[in-house]
Design a protein around this ligand. Structure first.
Ligand code: MTE
Ligand code: MO
Length: 340
């Protein structure tokens, strides 16, 4: 039998998969996770030989096509970013497997296991539109944006309003230099951010009773606080789709629903944005959503939380433990609003 380049490439990939963990595969070789999710079976199928070859060849073709039709993610080679040690944890980092498989991403389903569905998200090319009350509206590709921003890694706690939590090494850049790049007018008071909307790839968006696209917002003052962070990666690699690739927000002192994923638009405005969850259930999810163990959710206590992977619950901290950085932002404000 002749030499088959398809089999050769697959053989090599399987060797790589056996030798290395998936994420260590060079970016240039990476194909959509979907193709490799069941790695063992894929490699067994290849080993099974000629009978399966047409299927495998088709799978290979499907897997390779995106390299041409869709731009590959060129940011892989930038990782890992240098860690900024100013932000330290009081608890172990959450197991990567847990943080990247237990997700909230309603665009792909209301359950926690949306990893498979989320792989349909194409993260390159990816353009972010910056508009509203700015000197000059602009559109910028994620890689051009990253080239302009000071990239770093930060260890942050994450507290979901559902009372589970995690601790994650996020990679990205502070939101402040992005605000500076946008050159907002002095009349702008808020940033309103939007997730992509494409029901063809995000089945959750076919559920028309939700107010798609997902929207979140912060004040300009909050956005330029040193803690506000735009996430492009996690665990020293580009962000997995399910965690909100290629650009997602982290505001560690606020509940997790403020951490909007897969951002395509940032609008500067003088009107307080109405967020996705506020639109759905304003009596339970407000604009501020600062973490406070003493203020229960209308349907459950927020006094403690369940760190993913831990057997014991731990006490929840005011501002999720970040009061020294952010408490000043809210001096004199109505406490009835701040924590909802
Ligand atoms: N676009 C979008 N962003 C989102 C969500 C979502 O459903 N859609 N869920 C939020 C919630 S409730 C949480 S807790 C975090 C979860 O992030 P993770 O899956 O990376 O842990 O994403 C937030 N950002
Ligand atoms: Mo959440």
């Amino acid at each position: 039998m002749g030499f088959d380049p398809v089999d050769l490439l697959f053989g090599e990939l399987c060797m790589l998969i056996k030798r290395k963990r998936g994420w260590e595969i060079a970016q240039s070789l990476a194909t959509p996770e979907a193709l490799f999710r069941d790695r063992r079976r894929l490699c067994q199928a290849i080993a099974a030989g000629p009978l399966l070859a047409p299927t495998v060849a088709a799978a290979l073709a499907a897997g390779l096509r995106p390299v041409h039709a869709q731009e590959a993610d060129p940011s892989g080679k930038l990782y890992p970013f240098k860690q900024n040690t100013r932000y330290s944890l009081d608890r172990p980092i959450t197991d990567e497997k847990l943080a990247t498989t237990y997700n909230n991403f309603y665009e792909f389903g209301s359950q926690k296991n949306i990893v498979r569905e989320a792989q349909a998200l194409k993260v390159r090319p990816w353009t972010i539109r910056i508009d509203g009350m700015v000197e000059q509206p602009m559109e910028i590709g994620i890689d051009d944006l990253m080239a302009k921003m000071p990239l770093e890694e930060r260890l942050y706690r994450h507290r979901c309003v559902e009372a589970w939590s995690m601790a994650v090494p996020w990679s990205g850049f502070a939101l402040k230099p992005l605000v500076e790049l946008a050159k907002p007018l002095s009349s702008a008071k808020y940033l309103r951010m939007e997730t992509f909307k494409d029901p063809k790839i995000a089945p959750g968006q076919k559920q028309t009773w939700y107010p798609w696209p997902y929207v979140e917002g912060v004040t300009v003052q909050e956005a330029v606080n040193e803690l506000s962070f735009m996430v492009t990666g996690a665990y020293g690699k580009p962000l997995p789709a399910q965690n909100g690739a290629p650009l997602r927000l982290a505001l560690p002192w606020k509940f997790g629903f403020k951490h909007i994923k897969s951002i395509v638009r940032i609008t500067f405005t003088d009107k307080q944005p109405k967020s996705f969850w506020e639109e759905i259930q304003g009596s339970e999810y407000g604009f501020w959503a600062n973490v406070n163990p003493k203020v229960p959710h209308p349907r459950w206590s927020q006094a403690t939380e369940q760190p993913l992977g831990s057997k014991e619950r731990v006490p929840t901290l005011l501002y999720n433990g970040y009061g020294e950085f952010v408490a000043d932002l809210y001096k004199g404000m109505d406490e009835k609003k701040l924590f909802m």
